[in-house]
Ligand binder design. Structure first.
Ligand SMILES: *Cc1c(COP(=O)(O)O)cnc(C)c1O
Length: 393
């Protein structure tokens, strides 16, 4: 064996995103015990940082010790009991995983589907809730990373409340990149990830639960099937009030990294971070369109941080990704599921949402397409993007 020296890449796919050296430096600080008194002060600050990012006062706001998928499973495993009905909005990969979670928890999934790349229809969602008065939960993906579609989270959470349902919201790709307002929207169970717009390494999943959701968990008739994800047990470690007791060994250094990333988000300000993502999207889009490329999702429902770009006819999309990785150390994403081979996914998440990254991505893509003699306009993308960059970025 020898020490592993990873190549220095620019990460502009669907995650992970570029990690700031400050976050990497924080993770290299000395490991201490997860029950050390110094660590307990740190845990309280970390929870406060997560609450600020989620815009919530929820007491149960913690990082699950595993990636975003574990945050998803935490929400479904704790809230769904055998026989429960859950209405799920699906317009991409992650809504399909929600269905898997519900079925495995013994629940009954009712699907509200939209074509991939299109937004979920609110009227169809309301009709499903009316048809299923027994429904306990409405689940949806706020930022669908497989397509780049943004959901109307405020409206969906309101619909859930009107129909006496809890809401489960996946904002793995949303948090830190576009407005998330857990308390303002009245969202009940929300999960995210560290490696998208928070720009920390992968491996943790911030979650937050409303008091309403916590009451439902505490009143369960059956114990949560997963011991590791059972919040009634995990809470005893994260809730300092009862004296912390050992549940599992917290990933101490990974938590240092998340803490530093949240501190950086706090220093920048949520509004400024959201505006930065929006501006970088505007610049990237200007460049792509000047080149003759087009975005999959209509402007009203586009995520700034995940841009699905249609692959022109006759272009070998996998060869383009290989070219930009080998020549420019640039990672971009492929299409998933029904969009495999049809789109590239360009991420502008967290530290990857910067002017130099936008320009590099356009230059690399243009070079790669030119090498395939693709029908694009050359020399126009970078000036168009530069003209669209705000003066202060
Ligand atoms: C990335 C992602 C997940 C899964 O997160 P992992 O950290 O890969 O487990 C879930 N939902 C959405 C919308 C995502 O983008």
């Amino acid at each position: 064996m020898q020490s592993f020296q990873p190549p220095e890449r620019t990460l502009m796919g669907p995650g992970p995103s570029d990690v700031h050296p400050r976050v990497l430096a924080a993770m290299a600080r000395p490991t201490i015990g997860h029950l050390d008194p110094a660590f307990q002060t740190f845990m309280e600050e970390l929870k406060a940082g997560l609450r600020a990012a989620f815009k919530t006062e929820n007491a149960l706001t913690i990082p699950v010790s595993a990636p975003g998928s574990a945050g998803m499973e935490t929400c479904f495993a704790n809230l769904v009991e055998p026989g429960d009905t859950v209405v799920i909005c699906q317009n991409g990969v992650f809504g399909g995983r929600m269905r898997e979670n519900v079925t495995r928890a013994g629940g009954n999934a009712v699907m509200v589907e939209a074509e991939w790349g299109r937004s979920i229809d609110l009227d169809a969602t309301e009709a499903a809730l009316k048809d299923h008065p027994e429904a306990k939960i409405l689940a949806f993906v706020h930022a669908e990373t497989s397509t780049g579609v943004r959901a109307d989270a405020a409206a969906l959470c309101a619909l859930a409340r009107q129909h006496d349902c809890l809401s489960i919201m996946d904002t793995v790709t949303g948090l830190g990149g576009i407005p998330v307002d857990v308390d303002g929207w009245g969202a009940d169970a929300v999960y995210s990830g560290t490696q998208k717009c928070l720009s920390a390494p992968p491996g943790l999943s911030p979650v937050t639960f409303s008091d309403r959701a916590v009451a439902v968990i505490k009143a369960r008739a059956h114990p949560v099937q997963s011991w590791f994800l059972d919040l009634t047990l995990v809470m005893d470690y994260w809730d300092g009030a009862g004296g912390r007791s050992y549940h599992h060994t917290a990933p101490v250094n990974a938590l240092y990294g998340l803490h530093e990333a949240l501190l950086m988000l706090h220093e920048e300000g949520l509004d400024a971070a959201w505006a930065r993502h929006a501006h970088m999207h505007t610049a990237l889009k200007a460049g792509l369109e000047a080149m003759g490329l087009s975005l999959l999702v209509d402007a009203a429902h586009r995520l700034p941080q995940l841009n699905a770009v249609s692959v022109p006819d006759s272009v070998d999309e996998a060869a383009i990704r290989k070219f930009v990785l080998e020549r420019y150390d640039l990672e971009i994403g492929a299409g998933l599921g029904t969009l495999a081979g049809k789109v590239w996914r360009l991420g502008l998440m967290g530290q990857s949402a910067r002017p130099d990254r936008v320009i590099k991505c356009l230059a690399a893509l243009e070079d790669a397409l030119a090498h395939q003699q693709a029908p694009i306009s050359r020399g126009k993308a970078i000036p168009a993007a530069q003209a669209a960059l705000p003066d202060d970025s």
